[in-house]
Ligand binder design. Sequence first.
Ligand code: GNR
Ligand code: NI
Length: 173
Amino acid sequence: MTIRRILTVESDLATLKQVSAPVAAVDDDLRRLMDDMLETMYDAPGIGLAAIQVGVPQRVIVMDLAKGEDAPTPRYFVNPEILWASEETAPYEEGCLSVPEIYDEVERPARVRLRYLGYDGAQVEEEAEGIFAVCIQHEMDHLDGVLFIDHLSRLKRDRAIAKVKKAARAEAA
Ligand code: GNR
Ligand code: NI
């Protein structure tokens, strides 16, 4: 497994805005990508990662919502679809590995019903709520080139990007 570079908004915005293409087949090449994504996510560390964040425009997500001492519970989502979303929404303070050090509240449907292919290519349907619902919607946005800051006001979004750019300049200096 290989840790890949995570793309960020100050240098890779055009790539992050791309719409990812459906995966044709869940094969060993795709599983290699998912393994690398998981290792990259754990290293960051983060709780979810979309393939476009490592520069691969395919509809693939990895996630692990296990806390601290708990055993790891990696999850894989290929070609995920939202079949249903609740009318009820919930706010959550979101962050993104592609928008480092920026956190702000986003309001999304509180529960969603999902269909996707797993690591073995089998189709799964399940309902998500809580942090799982937040994270899968955040990741599925990435597949459509949407970042959590796109859900904020233009002022907040522009400030967020300016802040990330400034931090990147300070890092380089
Ligand atoms: O690690 C992450 N934490 C997080 C916290 C609140 C809402 C969403 C997330 S996802 C993020 C990793 C990431 O950027 N995935 O795309
Ligand atoms: Ni993100």
